[in-house]
Structure formats: C-alpha cells, structure tokens
Design a protein around this ligand. Sequence first.
Ligand SMILES: NC(=O)c1ccc[n+]([C@@H]2O[C@H](COP(=O)([O-])OP(=O)(O)OC[C@H]3O[C@@H](n4cnc5c(N)ncnc54)[C@H](OP(=O)(O)O)[C@@H]3O)[C@@H](O)[C@H]2O)c1
Length: 346
Amino acid sequence: MIKYAIIGTGWITVSMIQGIHDVCPQKMSLGGVYSRSDDQAKRFIAQLKERGAVPEDLSIKIFTDLDRLAEDPEIQAVYIASPNRFHYEQSEKMLLAGKHVLCEKPIALKEENLGRLIELAEKKRLVYLEAIMMLHQPQLEKLKEAAGRLGNIFTAHIDFSQLSSKYPAYLAGKNPNIFNPAFGTGAFEDLGIYGIYFIMEMFGYPEKALMQSRFLESGADRSGEALLCYQGKDVTFSFSKVGQNRSCSQIIGDEATLTIESISQLTGITLFAKDGSQEEIYGEESKPVLMGREADTFADLISGALPLSRMRELQEKALKVCRLMEEMRKTAGIFFPFEEGERDAV
Ligand SMILES: NC(=O)c1ccc[n+]([C@@H]2O[C@H](COP(=O)([O-])OP(=O)(O)OC[C@H]3O[C@@H](n4cnc5c(N)ncnc54)[C@H](OP(=O)(O)O)[C@@H]3O)[C@@H](O)[C@H]2O)c1
C-alpha cells in the first residue's frame, strides 16, 4: 500500500481522493494533508470522512510546513494540486526528498523547466507524472479507433469553454487565483492544455500553430482562438473561462463525423455516419472515477506493475505539449509577471 500526501485542499483534491477510494483503494492510502492552515487541514479531513472518501478511523498527519512533509519517511508519494505557480518548486522539493509525484497540470510553463524536473525524477528513480485524466481512460483507444472510421479528415473544431465558478468573484472586484497572472493561470494554461493534449493525441504535432487571446483587466487571458495546421487539414481550437459551451467538439471526415461532449474527460462521444445514423462510442463517467484511473496508473508505475517505459511515454507527451504551448503563448502574447524580460525577447 502506497502512503501518499496531498498539497492544496481545493475541490479537485477531494475529487482525486474520492477517485482513489473508488478505483484503487487497495493501492494507495492517504497518510498526510499539507495546508497553509492547520484549521483548514482539519476541516478538509473532516469533509473527506463525512463523504466517505477515506475510512472514518484513518489516521492522517497534518503538515503546515512543506519541509516537514518532505522529511516524513512514511510518506512515499505526493499529489500536488496547488496553484500553477507553485508546481515547479513543490515538485522539486518533493522529488529531492525522494517522493514520487503526481502533479496537477500544468507542471511547468516552459519545456526547459519540465525537462529539468523529469531529469531529476529519473536520477532519483522516482515516478513523476503530470495529472492529465484523458491519457488514462480506456475510451481514448475507442476514440482513436472510431477516428479511423471517419475517412479523410480535413477539419476538426475543438472547443473547451467552461464558465468559471470564480468569474462572479472576479467581476465583484476580488482577485481569484485563476484570474491572477501572478499564479501562472488564465484560460490557456487552465483549459487550453486539455485541448492541446487532445489535439496532439489525435493529430500529432502541428506544422504551424497560431493563437489569438483576449485578456481581462487583471492581465489573465480569459479566452482564445487557435488554428493548428497539418498536412492536408486544419484544426480550430477555441476555449474560454468566461462562457459555457453548450455544444460539442467535432472531428469531421468525408465518411463520418465524431462529436465529443467533453474533450478533457473523453465522455459523450458519438459517431455520425454519412447517412445520419448514430453510434455511441462512449457515454458518461464520474469525475472521481476518471481521476482515480490516473492515480491507478501512478500507483502501478510505483509498484512496478506497469513498466517505466509507460512513464517515459507519458513524460514525452507532456514535454511536447509544453513545447507547443510555449510556442503558442508567444504568438498570442501571454506572459506572466515572473517571466521577466520574456516579452522584450520576442
Ligand atoms: N484535473 C482537473 O480537472 C483540475 C480541475 C481543477 C484544477 N486543476 C488544477 O489543480 C490546481 C489547483 O487548482 P485550484 O483551482 O484548486 O486552485 P486554488 O483553489 O487557487 O488553490 C488550490 C489550493 O492551493 C492552496 N493555495 C491557494 N492559494 C495559495 C497561495 N497563494 N499560496 C500557496 N498555496 C495556495 C490552497 O490550499 P491551502 O489553503 O490548504 O493551503 C488551495 O486550496 C491547478 O494547477 C489546476 O490547474 C485540475
């Protein structure tokens, strides 16, 4: 049983812990909670017990100092779900201390930094993964098989527009992390990354990629439109944190069309043949189960049930996505305040 700790006590961490409970409770057990506040950690643990995401009698250590967590010999692995800006330094600290790390997306905003962390994990013989649910779902293969039945694909329209629950707070003059560029956030790093992973899985690295972003007064990008060009086909990708998509993404071939309701979860996938007949490729799935499957891969890599070549394949994908996103950010003028001098360099 792998004893793990978490960093960051937002709703996404609750989903992950619930997912581990639902999918692989025999492989991972929560041993520690890090929060900046002792009270918040206690509330968080009470919430987990109340919803049955961990056993009532489970003993969970509380850490309010990251160094104490890093030094704890009982904790073997860490799930990091803090704001993006902290992913690099928290990953580095945990890897240096010998912990396996599953880190929320994006691990890094620059390929160079991601590469450095992957090298560090390799040197320390640790498992290190970016938390991207779609890569661990059985429906990914089903989607790819279905895409093989579309005939010639000349176009695809991908959208990930999700109205943020934090937008009203932003409009009310507060400064939520997700709309504060000081945390390395904004629509492209938060939602765009899913679209880029999806597009790379389906079509590979584009020959050319352009993007136009729109910004809030805070400086965070609120939405964007991208064009990714390939030999013989073009893919459009739009995303927004200030409006909700009520339709589907589509991959359009001359024999059939695939519609996908959620490109991050790979759910609601339907194939429409030329005659209009429909076939469901994949239905709905709960978010904790989707997240539990990525934790399951993480646990299997740690135990050796999955070969390390699988981890390297996932890391290679993460590096390519990071490289493309870095290129696209430049075309759209997305820079973060901690990237001193970057804007001038372009
Ligand atoms: N996989 C997915 O579907 C999914 C969904 C949502 C988010 N995410 C990712 O999860 C990560 C967290 O997102 P979120 O929306 O939960 O972020 P958030 O609410 O801004 O922060 C998450 C946690 O980090 C800690 N934190 C907040 N502000 C901090 C600060 N100034 N300094 C240090 N720690 C701070 C807080 O925990 P304490 O108060 O306990 O310290 C907070 O609960 C992001 O990287 C995001 O991309 C993934």
